[in-house]
Design a protein around this ligand. Structure first.
Ligand SMILES: Cc1cc2nc3c(=O)[nH]c(=O)nc-3n(C[C@H](O)[C@H](O)[C@H](O)COP(=O)(O)OP(=O)(O)OC[C@H]3O[C@@H](n4cnc5c(N)ncnc54)[C@H](O)[C@@H]3O)c2cc1C
Ligand code: SF4
Length: 541
C-alpha cells in the first residue's frame, strides 16, 4: 500500500467527524465558465469518468466532469432501506427488444456522481488473461487490441485505491489483495461448506469494502445495504475513492448536467465541446478534448444523437459499429432453504466467489464459462425472486416469512459479444426531446448452455450444503460494450488507448469499450482501462 496516498488522497480528504462528505471541498471547487476552452470535458462521472477526471486533474489538466444526476451526499440522500433507494437508478425511459429483452433500471445502471458503483455490490475481480484472446483461442467473442499484461499495473493500482479485500486469488493471473479477507456471514458459510463438499474451490472476496480503516473511511459494519449506497463510506465508489482527490486537484464536477450532444467542427472534424442541459437551460461547454463515459446504453445513445453533416449516421458510426456488440452477463440466481437460520442479510452481499468454471473446458460443448458468487438479496429483491417462480398470494407470504432460512448464490455467465445485440435510437423521446435508446438483445445457444450449466452447479452446491429445497430464476447483470475497442475502425469505435478512430480528440472511457466481458464483474476493469487511457493522454504510459 506504500505510496497510495501520494497518488490518490481521496480517503484522507473525507471528514473524520462522523459525517460523510467534505462539503468545503465541494463548495470551493474550481468552476469553469462555459466559454473557457478547458482541456477535457468528460460526460459522466461514474467508474470510468471519475478515474479519468482524477488522473487528468493530478496531471494539471483543466478538466470538468458533467453528470446528469445529482452530487450525492450519503448523509442526507441515502437510506439503509431497499424501497427508499430507487432514486439511485437511471429510470429514464428506454425501449427494450430482441428475443431475450433485458429489463433496464435497478439491476444495471445508476445515475449521479459515482455512477452505477454507488449501488453496485462491490465485487472487484480482475479479468483473466484468456479474456483478451477469446477469438483466437476459442473462435468466439473478440480479441482485444491490448492484452492482460497491459492492464496488470493498472489493476494493482486501482485495487490499492479502492482498496480491495480478499484471499490470495488462485485463478487467472494469481495475485494477492492489499487487505485481508472479511469474515463471512451465514450465506458465505453455506457457499464455502457446499463447495468444499463438492471439491470446488471457493474464496473469500474480492470486494472493494474496507476491512479495517483506510484514511478516514471506516471499517464495514456488515449491515448488508451495499446495493442501496453505503452510508458508512466503507464500500468503494468513485464518490469516495476518486472524486475528492479530483476536486482537491482542481477538477470541476458539474452535477445535474445532462449532455445532449457532442459538437463537431464540420471543417476540421474535431470535437469542440458538449451541449448540455442544466437548470432547464441549454448550455455549451467548450473543450480541447471530449471523453464520453456515460455507461454502455447512454454512451452509444449520445454518439447516435450527435449525428451531424460530417457524421450523418451518428458520431463515430461510419462503419456501423456504434451500439453493437453490447453484452450482458447471464446471471441466474439459485436459492436454497435450510432448516437452520442463514440470515443472509447480515453481511455484505458480496462475500465469497469461485472462478473454477471461468475458462473454456474442452470436455463441454460450450465455450467460455461462468463464476459463482454469494448475492444475498434483501426482502424486496427476495420477493421478486420468489414471485418470478410463479409464487403469489399465500405461497409468496410463506416464502417471505421463511426468509431467514434461505441462502442465495448467483452466477455470472459470459454471454458472447454479437453484432446484432445493440443500441439504436427509438422513436420515443425523453423529457429533453431526445430519442431514447432502444436496446435489442437475443441470446445464442452458447449463452443458454452456460446458464444451464451454472444453474446445475449452484443447485448442486446448495444441496451439498444441506438445502432441502432449491429455486432458480434467470436474470441478467452488468452491461458492457457498445463502443468497443478494436484494432481498426471497421471492427470497433476506439483504439487500444480509448481514442475514437473517427475523431482524434474524442475518447470513450467507460464500460462501452470492452470487447468481451469474461465472467468477472466489470467495474475494476473499467477503472483500469480508464486509468491506462489517462496515462496515454498525459504521456506517462
Ligand atoms: C445493482 C448493481 C450491482 C452491481 N454490482 C457490481 C459489482 O459487484 N461489481 C462490479 O464490478 N460491477 C457491478 N455493477 C456494475 C458496475 O457498477 C458498472 O459496470 C460500472 O459502474 C459501469 O461504469 P461506467 O463508467 O461504464 O458507467 P457508470 O458507472 O454507470 O457511470 C455513468 C455515469 O454517466 C452519467 N451519464 C449518462 N449519460 C449522461 C449524459 N448524457 N450526460 C451526463 N451524464 C451522463 C450517469 O448519470 C452515470 O453517473 C453493478 C451494477 C449495478 C447496477
Ligand atoms: S455492509 Fe459494509 S459495505 Fe455494505 S453498506 Fe454496510 S457498511 Fe457499507
Amino acid at each position: 500500500m506504500a505510496g497510495v496516498r501520494d497518488r490518490n488522497e481521496s480517503a484522507w480528504l473525507l471528514p473524520n467527524d462522523g459525517s460523510r462528505t467534505n462539503h468545503g471541498l465541494r463548495r470551493d471547487m474550481r468552476r469553469f465558465a462555459d466559454t473557457d476552452e478547458i482541456d477535457m470535458v468528460i460526460v459522466g462521472c461514474g467508474a470510468g469518468g471519475s478515474v479519468l477526471a482524477q488522473r487528468l486533474a493530478r496531471a494539471g489538466w483543466r478538466v470538468a466532469a458533467l453528470d446528469a444526476g445529482p452530487f450525492w451526499d450519503p448523509d442526507t440522500d441515502w437510506v439503509s432501506d431497499e424501497a427508499g433507494s430507487h432514486h439511485l437508478y437511471w429510470t429514464e425511459p428506454r425501449v427494450i427488444a430482441g428475443s431475450d429483452p433485458v429489463p433496464m433500471g435497478s439491476n444495471n445502471s445508476g445515475r449521479g456522481v459515482g455512477g452505477s458503483m454507488v449501488h453496485y455490490a462491490g465485487y472487484t475481480p480482475r479479468f483473466h488473461p484468456s479474456d483478451f484472446t477469446t477469438y483466437s483461442a476459442d473462435g468466439v467473442g473478440a480479441d482485444w487490441p491490448l492484452d492482460y499484461a497491459d492492464l496488470r499495473p493498472y489493476y494493482a493500482a486501482i485495487e490499492q485505491e479502492l482498496p480491495v479485500a480478499g484471499e490470495h486469488w488462485p485463478w487467472g493471473d494469481p495475485h494477492g489483495y492489499p487487505y485481508r479477507p472479511h469474515p463471512v456471514g451465514g450465506n458465505g458459510e453455506v457457499f464455502l461448506r457446499g463447495a468444499r463438499k463438492r471439491g470446488i474451490t471457493a474464496k473469500v472476496g474480492p470486494v472493494a469494502i474496507v476491512n479495517g480503516r483506510f484514511g478516514n473511511r471506516p471499517h464495514c459494519i456488515y449491515r448488508g445495504f451495499c446495493l442501496q449506497g453505503c452510508k458508512v463510506n466503507a464500500k468503494a465508489s468513485p464518490l469516495v475513492t476518486h472524486v475528492p482527490d479530483a476536486l482537491a486537484r482542481g477538477a470541476e464536477i458539474r452535477a445535474d448536467a445532462m449532455v445532449t450532444q457532442v459538437a463537431i467542427d464540420r471543417h476540421t472534424g474535431l470535437a469542440l465541446g458538449v451541449h448540455y442541459m442544466r437548470d432547464g437551460r441549454e448550455r455549451f461547454q467548450r473543450a480541447r478534448m471530449v471523453a464520453v463515459a456515460g455507461y454502455s446504453i447512454e454512451t452509444p445513445r449520445l454518439l447516435l444523437n450527435s449525428a451531424s453533416s460530417r457524421f450523418p449516421d451518428g458520431l463515430c458510426n461510419d462503419f456501423d459499429q456504434v451500439g453493437r456488440y453490447l453484452m450482458v452477463q447471464g446471471a441466474p440466481q439459485t436459492a436454497g432453504r435450510f432448516d437452520a437460520e442463514v440470515r443472509m442479510y447480515k453481511a455484505p452481499p458480496p462475500e465469497v466467489s469461485s472462478e473454477e468454471f471461468y475458462e473454456t473446458d474442452p470436455a463441454k460443448d460450450y465455450k467460455r464459462g461462468f463464476a459463482i458468487q454469494t448475492v444475498s438479496p434483501l426482502p424486496i429483491t427476495w420477493a421478486e425472486h420468489v414471485a418470478a417462480q410463479g409464487h403469489w398470494g399465500g405461497a409468496l407470504r410463506e416464502y417471505m416469512s421463511d426468509y431467514v432460512h434461505w441462502s442465495c448464490l448467483g452466477a455470472l455467465c459470459e454471454f458472447l459479444a454479437l453484432p446484432e445485440n445493440r443500441v439504436t435510437l427509438a422513436e420515443e423521446k425523453d423529457s429533453h426531446g431526445l430519442p431514447v435508446a432502444r436496446f435489442a438483445y437475443s441470446q445464442c445457444d452458447n449463452d443458454q448452455a452456460l446458464v444451464e450449466a451454472a444453474q446445475a452447479v449452484m443447485e448442486d452446491i446448495l444441496h451439498a450444503a444441506g438445502a432441502d429445497e432449491v429455486i432458480t430464476i434467470k436474470r441478467y447483470a452488468h452491461l458492457v460494450g457498445g463502443a468497443r475497442m478494436a484494432a481498426d475502425e471497421q471492427h470497433g469505435v476506439v483504439d487500444r488507448d480509448c481514442r475514437s478512430f473517427a475523431v482524434p480528440n474524442l475518447y470513450i472511457t467507460d464500460g462501452s469499450v470492452l470487447p468481451t466481458q469474461g465472467s468477472a464483474n466489470p467495474a475494476l476493469t473499467i477503472m483500469a482501462v480508464a486509468a491506462r487511457a489517462a496515462d496515454h493522454l498525459t504521456g506517462t504510459d
